[in-house]
Design a protein around this ligand. Sequence first.
Ligand code: CP3
Length: 348
Amino acid sequence: MVNDPRFLRAVHLEKTDCTPVWFMRQAGRYLEEYRRIRERHGLLEMFKNPEIAAEVTLQPLKAFPLDAAIIFADILLPLEAMGIELEFVEGEGPVIHNPVRTGGDVDALRVPDPEEHFGFLLTSIRWVRAELDGKVPLIGFGGGPFTLGSYMIEGGASRNYVLTKRLMYEQPASWNLLMDKLAVMLASYLLAQARSGAEVLQLFDSWAGCLSPADYREYVLPHTRKIFDALRQAGAPSIHFGTGTADLLPWMREAGGDVIGVDWRTNLDDAWNRIGTDVGIQGNLDPVTLMAPWPIVRQRAREVLDRAGGQPGHVFNLGHGILPATPVDNVRALAESRIGNLTSMNHG
Ligand code: CP3
């Protein structure tokens, strides 16, 4: 039982006492208590240790009044079980040592059984659910097929996605097989998280915004739609997120999701006009604004709320993840301002 379900109410387009708020990457290096654990452990080790993952998931919830928890994991984790050699390199981010470059590489990728390969994650989800005791819902998540595919092909972060787009254009059959394997993996991965206790499921297709609308529609949308169609059996609502997606929004909406996440490059009212107010919207303060003096943060947060116009279905968030250099006091002040500010500061 969720005692204070304003996040779930918003996702279902119902009225709330004030706008629910959580922050993408709310667990991370901007928190001193996170850095203390991180000093002693590698990142992959932290994700795979349910005691650490559960503790880190709960750190921001203990520090601020947030309306949702998100399980501490990474979108790239399930790639290991597909046959990808993944490393998080200090100061550099994720590196893949055996990138996918040929049709043969795509053929060799395995589609893992979640219960067999991701027991650590499902255990973390069960433990966090028990700890939260219904106070706020828990979000499970996975990467979008384009974003995961681009990491696999490029071998890490990319500026222009040249290798990814070349595979897409030059070897469409291999591209489709890659997207299909990712879609099948993601559907079962997310459904397993829901069975273990995740109450909302978010798909991070963070880099899909590098595609033209026509290419998104042709090369990504059918695969993403398969994932969201499969998620209907979870009975858990879903969030579909990307960055730089202004002109992709109608197509992302068509692919699926009860809530569409948008970044700060699109105003919420424009975004809502494009997708229709019969779906929810999540966003969209620029995370760098959180480094500004508090009066500016407050002003910009108000502007986000004004754009949302009190319409049911708004989940307040950043347009992308919290950055490591973010002053924790601004995060606290924003969470404590009780976004929408209509009633109590009380939480659960
Ligand atoms: O939001 C949360 O608190 C849950 C945890 C979470 C992580 N990664 C932990 C993490 C979530 C939701 C993600 C998603 C993720 N991971 C995305 C999609 C969201 C987005 O930001 O677009 C992407 C693209 C990744 C891939 C990834 N993981 C990158 C590029 C990096 C390195 C950059 C960075 O921020 O350091 C990671 C590492 C990572 N994943 C960290 C965390 C907390 C950094 C932690 C550390 O070094 O201690």
